[in-house]
Ligand binder design. Structure first.
Ligand SMILES: [Zn+2]
Length: 151
């Protein structure tokens, strides 16, 4: 699937399997939030982020309404390994909203803003779900100090 945002000219490319995988993980941690990282690469002109795989955060604290993760040494090592072996790197993050929709919160916005201080326009995938399955999901990107949604 490819989603895009016309006003900023950026796209994200992902496999539908990604969502199935994340739903499985989401249900394992129900009713708490869970999340992690999106890894992949950019197209040559940098306009398209291609997600190759996801990774659940290795160190985190969570509750039904919060998810906080730490990029610890083990995580950094894993990122380096993935880059060396598969040529993929960090593109952004994902987390779940149990019994809720995929709208980003002020906390989500602030977290993305912090990540964006690096050299990337980070992605944020939010999965709104309940025990029956995914309610909705949204791909967002932090670009020029704002959050844009991919359609
Ligand atoms: Zn959130």
């Amino acid at each position: 699937m490819i989603q895009s945002n016309k006003s900023i000219g950026l796209e994200v490319d992902y496999d539908d399997n990604l969502l199935n995988e994340l739903l499985e993980t989401a249900l394992l941690h129900y009713p708490n939030e869970i999340g992690g990282y999106l890894l992949g690469k950019y197209s040559t002109d940098k306009s398209k982020a291609i997600i190759v795989k996801q990774m659940v955060a290795l160190e985190y604290s969570n509750s039904p309404v919060s998810f906080n993760h730490t990029v610890n040494e083990e995580t950094k090592k894993e990122f380096i390994k993935l880059f060396e072996e598969e040529g993929i790197h960090y593109l952004g993050e994902w987390h779940t909203h149990p019994n809720s929709d995929s709208r980003y919160s002020q906390t989500d916005f602030n977290a993305l803003k912090k990540i964006a201080k690096g050299d990337i326009d980070p992605l944020l995938l939010i999965i709104g779900f309940d025990k029956k399955g995914i309610r909705d999901f949204s791909f967002n990107v932090f670009f020029n100090k704002k959050v844009y949604k991919y359609e």
